[in-house]
Design a protein around this ligand. Structure first.
Ligand code: FPP
Length: 267
């Protein structure tokens, strides 16, 4: 992947005090071969809470917002193009109402509290999913933060909220059928490239790397179209414990992979 090499020669935009472990992992990274787009299934919040004796999973979700901040900072420092975070799935609406409400409250808080940092670090927020499913207050805050960061040119943080890949693909298929019915698009003109443009935020490109925390080997209806050739890294760390060093470890694993996209690679 070529984009970003120019920018990556610059110093990282944030330089927090690093631990010896972080320094060592960072030094091992090849900054010219970083993924452009990283997607994350942030899993393990409930188990994190349970391990600490909390009956309510929301303690894990709350702690998970610190990991969201750490992941976003790391992606911005490394000048990645996009970070897609699976914050709330279509299926998550079936959780107990108290947990759903608490997650929406956390989201509201996040959208307000993180805005100064998004401004400081030129981060642009976008969302994938069905905002129409959200309560008015949360949808408004989401729209406000998206609008407030729209002019930023750095990392794009794509929050997947009320997101489900099957719903996304079905919606795009419906759109293609409507275009065919109105004569805008002939059926034979529908190629994977054209169809891909009908999905959420095609401008971000497909994720090069998909990370799932907590050791589960599932895709959970996430970006089913876009991850066709993503490298999948599953880590045992529970999401609330995910920090810069874990991000570096995922990137190092990515850099050990031989990406051939179904071809045979260089002779
Ligand atoms: C899965 O863990 C995680 C979620 C359903 C929600 C993710 C939400 C956050 C990380 C915090 C809020 C995010 C933002 C952007 C403010 P789980 O509850 O399924 O964990 P378990 O598998 O251990 O039970």
């Amino acid at each position: 992947m070529s984009v970003g090499n120019e920018r990556r020669r610059l110093a990282p935009i944030l330089r927090p005090p690093a631990t010896a472990e972080e320094e060592e992992l960072f030094a091992a990274l090849d900054l010219s071969r970083l993924p452009r787009h990283v997607a994350v299934i942030m899993d393990g919040n409930g188990r994190w809470a349970k391990q600490r004796g909390y009956a309510a999973r929301i303690f894990g979700h709350r702690a998970g917002t610190d990991a969201v901040r750490a992941a976003t900072r790391t992606a911005a420092e490394l000048r990645l193009t996009a970070l897609t975070l699976y914050a709330f799935s279509k299926e998550n609406w079936s959780r107990p109402q108290s947990e759903v409400n608490a997650l929406m409250d956390l989201l509201d808080e996040y959208l307000v509290k993180e805005l100064p940092e998004m401004r400081e670090n030129d981060i642009r927020l976008v969302a994938s999913g069905d905002p129409g499913d959200l309560r008015d207050k949360t949808r408004r805050k989401l729209e406000e933060t998206i609008a407030a960061t729209a002019g930023h040119g750095g990392l794009v943080v794509n929050l997947a909220i009320s997101y489900g890949a099957r719903a996304e693909i079905t919606h795009a298929a419906r759109r293609a059928m409507e275009m065919a019915r109105s004569g805008e698009l002939a059926p034979e003109e529908l190629t994977p490239e054209v169809f891909g443009q009908m999905l959420h935020h095609p401008e971000l490109g497909d994720p090069d790397l998909l990370v799932r925390t907590s050791g589960e080997l599932r895709v959970s209806n996430f970006l089913l179209w876009q991850i066709a050739y993503s490298e999948f890294v599953v880590m045992d760390v529970l999401w609330p414990d995910f920090r810069r060093a874990d991000f570096y470890r995922a990137l190092l694993e990515f850099q050990r992979r031989d990406r051939r996209f179904g071809g045979v690679g260089p002779a």
